[in-house]
Structures are given as C-alpha cells and as structure tokens.
Design a protein around this ligand. Structure first.
Ligand SMILES: CC(C)(COP(=O)(O)OP(=O)(O)OC[C@H]1O[C@@H](n2cnc3c(N)ncnc32)[C@H](O)[C@@H]1OP(=O)(O)O)[C@@H](O)C(=O)NCCC(=O)NCCS
Length: 183
C-alpha cells in the first residue's frame, strides 16, 4: 500500500472495492471511451476493473499502480502508472477524468504527479504514454506534463469505429530533472 500522493489540488490514493460506483459514473459514458479500446462499461465491467486493480496491487513484484483521483473528497477519475520493464526501467502512464471536471487542469496535475512518482519512487529511467491523435485534451495533457512526441504508431488499436493510431510520448529521467531545476 502506497501512501497517498498529494498535489496542489488533487490527491491520488489507492483504489478500494467500494470505488467501483464512482468509477462507473464516468467509465459507463460513451464520451469518455470515445478513443479507448474498452467500454462503455457495464456495472459488472466497473466492478471487475476495481477488483483487478486491487488484485494487481498485491502482486510481488508490483508493476501496476492505479490511483483514485480525489478532489475535495470526491473521486473524479483515475490515474495509472505501470512498470513495463524492470531491467530497462520503463513505465507507462494513463488517466481518465469524469467529464464534469474536464478542462480544469486536473489531468495535467495527475500526469505530473505520476511522472514524479515514477522517477522518484519506482526508479524508472523512461516513462511513456500513448493517445489517439484526435484526443486533443490528452495530447495537451502529455505536452504540458513535459513529455515529447516520439512518433505515431499506426493502427495501434481496433476500437468501436475502426483502427486507431496512437501518438507515442516519452520523457526521460534526466529531462524531468532538468525541467524541475529550471522551474
Ligand atoms: C483527456 C482528459 C484526461 C483530459 O482531462 P482534463 O482534466 O480535462 O485535462 P486538463 O484540464 O489538464 O486539460 C489540458 C488541456 O486540454 C484541454 N481539453 C480538455 N479536454 C478537452 C477536450 N475534450 N477537447 C479539447 N480540449 C480539451 C483543456 O482545456 C486544457 O487546455 P489548455 O491547456 O489550453 O487550457 C479527459 O478529457 C478524459 O478523461 N478523457 C477521456 C479518457 C481519455 O481520453 N484518457 C486519456 C487516454 S490517452
């Protein structure tokens, strides 16, 4: 169990079984899943998602960290970092917010917290993320969090309306440290 990660406005804490209902309030919406290879979730999907997150948090070694995003005591989304490779110290981040809270800077704060956690506590050397090129909100989040676009993966996922490309973003440990010291 990781202690909560505290930002200026958001707190990231580990998921609990009872969170499935709040997760379902956004994961069941077509607008949230528009560019995703999953969803919209049934209640069963959202329950299973939270159960899997909790099961994965107990794996040793642990490679998956999914946090509930809390603002003013309310769960408004989730943020995730996965260790893809322990030898080469590579990880990947992702995030989802309830549409009622879009455009307020929360996902950008979540991405920054996940990146800091990955470099300072998970000992990563490289952190990546992918997003649909049409997902302007996510492109902005990744660029504001200091990630660099490295290329575009063609036909990366088969989603509800056809094959989906992905922009690949990355940030290296030394780039993150340089950005920190220039702030
Ligand atoms: C992508 C997503 C996480 C952005 O969350 P958010 O909390 O609104 O992000 P921020 O407020 O930090 O926004 C960053 C920028 O994107 C803009 N933005 C957010 N949502 C947008 C949208 N739907 N369309 C266009 N721009 C959008 C914000 O206005 C902001 O712009 P600015 O920097 O010019 O002010 C959110 O839309 C979401 O959960 N989408 C569904 C799931 C998803 O796509 N997850 C990402 C998977 S790669």
């Amino acid at each position: 169990m990781i202690a909560s990660l505290i930002g200026n406005r958001v707190t990231l804490r580990e998921m609990k079984e009872m969170d499935w209902n709040d997760v379902h309030s956004y994961a069941s919406l077509p607008t949230v899943c528009k560019y995703q290879p999953w969803g919209p979730n049934s209640e069963e999907d959202s329950r299973e998602f939270v159960q899997q997150v909790i099961a994965d948090s107990n794996e040793i070694p642990r490679s998956r960290y999914v946090f509930a995003v809390i603002v003013e005591g309310k769960l408004i989304g989730s943020g995730e970092i996965n260790i893809q490779d322990f030898i080469d110290r590579k990880g990947e981040i992702g995030y989802i917010m309830h549409p009622a809270f879009w455009g307020l800077g929360y996902a950008t704060e979540v991405a920054r917290i996940l990146i800091e956690f990955g470099f300072t506590q998970l000992n990563l050397h490289r952190i990546s993320a992918t997003c649909d090129p049409r997902n302007i909100g996510s492109v902005k989040v990744l660029e504001k969090a200091g990630m660099i676009r490295e290329g575009t993966i063609r036909d990366d996922f088969l989603i509800h309306n056809g094959w989906r490309d992905s922009h690949l973003y990355g940030i290296l440990e030394h780039e993150w440290l340089e950005k920190l010291s220039s702030r």
